[in-house]
Design a protein around this ligand. Sequence first.
Ligand SMILES: Nc1nc2c(ncn2[C@@H]2O[C@H](COP(=O)(O)OP(=O)(O)OP(=O)(O)O)[C@@H](O)[C@H]2O)c(=O)[nH]1
Ligand SMILES: [Mg+2]
Length: 247
Amino acid sequence: MRAVIHMLDFLLVIPTFNEEKFIKEMISNSDRLLSKMYKNYKIVIIDAHSVDSTIDIVKDISRRIQKVEILESGIRGKRGRDVLYGMRKFNSKLYCYMDADLSPSVSYIKDLVRKQRSGYDVVLASRYGLGSKLWRPPLRKAFSRAYNIMVNLIFGDKVTDHQCGFKLFSKKAFNEIYRDSEEDHWAWDTEAILIAYYKKMKMCEVPIRWNERRNRRTGIIRLLKDICIFVPSLIRLFYRFRISRSF
Ligand SMILES: Nc1nc2c(ncn2[C@@H]2O[C@H](COP(=O)(O)OP(=O)(O)OP(=O)(O)O)[C@@H](O)[C@H]2O)c(=O)[nH]1
Ligand SMILES: [Mg+2]
C-alpha cells in the first residue's frame, strides 16, 4: 500500500550514506527551486543508516519543511533498490533522483522537466554529452568514459553518461522500469537506461556542467573497486539484455 494516495506533481528522491557535508545545501537548493515550479512536490531522502549526522540534519529540516521526508533503507549497499523504494512510496506525475553531492546541479531540474514536457519519458543528465562540462580526477574520468563506451558497444545505445546520479522519469516510464529492475546497487543506473532503451521509450540526455567536489584525487584502490563492481555487473547486464532477453 502506498503511503500517499494523492498525486504529486514532482517527486525528488535523494539516496544518502554519510552526506552531512552536502545534504543541507542539497535540500535547500532543491526546495527553493521546486517551490517555484510546483505546489505539490516532495523531497524524499532515503538513507542507508548513515553514521555521521546526516539523519539528524534531515530530521531537523523535515520538521521545518513539510515537503521533506526521510525514509530509512534496510541495509547499506542497495542504492538502486532504495531509490526505487523511495519512488514507489509515492504517487507522482514525475519521478526524479539525484545524488547528494550533485547539489550545485539542482537548477538543471528545470531543463530536464522542459525536455520531458517536449515528449520524452526518460531524461538523463549527462556529464559527457555535447555542451557538458566536467571536472573529475583524470583517472576516474577515463574509467567512466571507457565504461560508457563499452556499454554503447555492447548494447548499441547512444547514451554518453549511464552512471550519472540524476535522472527524470515520467510516471509511465517509472512504472515499467520499476517492474523490470533487477539490479539493486550501482548497476541499477545503467540497467534503468537499458530497460528504457530496449522498450523503445523516448529518451534523451541533457548536458550539465559539474565540478566533482568529493574526491579530488582517484586512488588506485578506488579504481580497482570500481572495476570489481562494474565488470561483473556488465556481464550480468549482457546476459540479461543480449542473451536471455528477459525484459
Ligand atoms: N541509500 C543509499 N545511498 C547510498 C549508498 N551508498 C552511497 N549512497 C548515496 O548515493 C549517492 C551516490 O554516491 P557517491 O558516493 O557520490 O557515488 P559516486 O558518485 O559513484 O562516487 P564519488 O565519485 O565518490 O562521488 C550519494 O548521494 C550517496 O550518499 C547506499 O548504500 N545506500
Ligand atoms: Mg558522487
